[in-house]
Design a protein around this ligand. Structure first.
Ligand SMILES: [Zn+2]
Length: 462
């Protein structure tokens, strides 16, 4: 939101007209406000500004880019764009024509989301007006928007709907659409709420942006292990972890770097997240269930099948059968760890001996925010002035992985009905270090903080 202190008594209209903006820090010592100007100011203009605002100013020059950045900081992103529409009439009853200012504003917000590396853009109507937030590295951050955005709420939402190929008139039912922009796919969903329409924009990475197995940040050993997994000609591979732990990304990385072009890949997803050039992708819907889709997929001669998420008994049964008859089946499960994943598969009705025979590997993972290298160790620890991390103290995420190959002992445990806790103890003692232990080491090495580890692991570290 607009921050009155930041303007130092210089209204946005004046700032835009003279191409000036309060400097950083906007100190007002001796009653004189420091301002930056993108163009040389003649003394007459300085006098005009002082007369208009009643503020005495001292001017220093700045680049055009620096000026734009400062303008956005003080008056909000897209402030200049919204300004263009100031003189326009109030929103009409039904049809909201997208105007040049709103069009540019939406472009700027999307560009800013991409610049910050956001995965999601949220426009949330409330009694206080439209709130704009971005999800960066897994957490929401507010976008400073112009303070008089409220007058344009409905036009902004209408503009995004038009871009997504939807009818711009307010709808009483949820709507989904898509935008392809600068080679990037954006998935739009619109939800009618008590305060107006809420918009969620998912910013999908490009297929080419996916890292290779090695670039995931795994050790060379683990990288080899993962590549070997993809050379298996049958079996079930499960990625597990909570929402936002990167399961789906990992499965796509395996497909991208592990599957030779001589193999046929089919995915069944709800919805299709990333477009994979080399794969046949099926989206489930109210009229095409996971189970129906899987049955049909098996008649298309696949070598590798990705099942977005294993949710119901019937698709679990079909997937298990497929994995035992010459297909490599990759899937994800929303569980805390590998042992719980096994319990879940059994709960879905998988037969113990068949699961023991089919299960090849389990990948357990989390994403941890990495400490910002720009401001950590510079003395002013994650300062709110840091441009790189925007004062959060974190920049980018790194994955924690444990790959558990299912060998004789685990197979016996599954088949013999060992309790979950026993399987977990065995995996922790015999396999790779637990995610907790790996997280602990990351914090010790200063790559991240104790607080971040506690957040991701859902506990307080000893
Ligand atoms: Zn920083």
């Amino acid at each position: 939101m607009h921050h009155p202190d930041r303007t130092r008594g210089i209204p946005r209209a004046v700032a835009l007209h003279y191409s000036v903006a309060p400097a950083v820090p906007a100190s007002a010592e001796d009653g004189v406000v420091e301002v930056v100007a993108a163009e040389a100011l003649v003394p007459a203009s300085v006098a005009e500004i002082e007369q208009l605002t009643g503020v005495r100013i001292r001017v220093s020059g700045v680049s055009r880019e620096g000026y734009q950045a400062r303008l956005a900081q003080v008056y909000g992103i897209g402030a200049a764009a919204i300004e263009e529409d100031r003189a326009s009439p109030p929103p009409g009853e039904a049809i909201l024509p997208p105007e040049a200012g709103v069009v540019r504003f939406v472009d700027e917000i999307i560009a800013e989301a991409v610049r910050r590396g956001a995965t999601d853009l949220h426009l949330e109507p409330s009694v206080d007006g439209l709130r704009i937030r971005l999800r960066v590295d897994g957490l929401l951050q507010a976008v400073q928007a112009p303070h008089d955005l409220t007058a344009h709420d409905r036009r902004i939402v209408a503009r995004i709907k038009v871009m997504a190929g939807l009818d711009s008139t307010p709808s009483t039912t949820p709507r989904d659409g898509a935008i392809r922009r600068d080679g990037r796919d954006l998935r739009i969903s619109v939800l009618p709420t008590a305060a107006g329409e809420a918009v969620h924009v998912r910013i999908l990475p490009q297929w080419g942006d996916f890292p290779t197995v090695e670039e995931l940040g795994v050790s060379p050993d683990r990288g080899r292990m993962l590549r070997n997994l993809m050379r298996m000609r049958s079996g079930l591979v499960v990625a597990c972890g909570p929402t936002g732990s990167g399961k789906s990304t990992t499965l796509h990385v395996l497909l991208r770097t592990g599957v030779p072009s001589t193999e046929k890949v089919i995915t069944v997803e709800d919805p299709v997240e990333f477009r994979i050039p080399e794969a046949v992708q099926v989206e489930v819907s109210p009229v095409l269930t996971f189970a129906d889709a899987l049955r049909a997929v098996l008649r298309h001669d696949p070598d590798v099948i990705l099942v977005g998420e294993m949710r119901d008994a019937e698709s679990a049964r079909i997937a298990l059968q497929a994995s035992l008859t010459g297909h490599l089946v990759l899937t994800s499960l929303h569980t805390d760890d590998e042992a719980q994943a096994i319990t879940r598969l059994l709960t879905l009705g998988m037969d113990r001996p068949l699961l023991a025979a089919a299960l090849r590997a389990l990948i357990s993972q989390r994403l941890v925010r990495r400490g910002c290298r720009a401001c950590q160790g510079t003395g002013f620890s994650h300062s709110s002035q840091c441009e790189v991390c925007r004062g959060s103290g974190y920049r980018g995420r790194v994955g924690l992985f444990r790959v558990t190959m299912v060998r004789a002992l685990v197979r016996q445990m599954i088949e013999g009905g060992s309790p979950e806790e026993e399987i977990r103890e065995h995996m922790d003692s015999a396999g790779e270090p637990s995610l907790h232990a790996q997280a602990r080491r990351m914090a010790d090495e200063g790559m991240t903080t104790e607080a971040e580890i506690a957040r991701v692991m859902g506990l307080s570290m000893p």
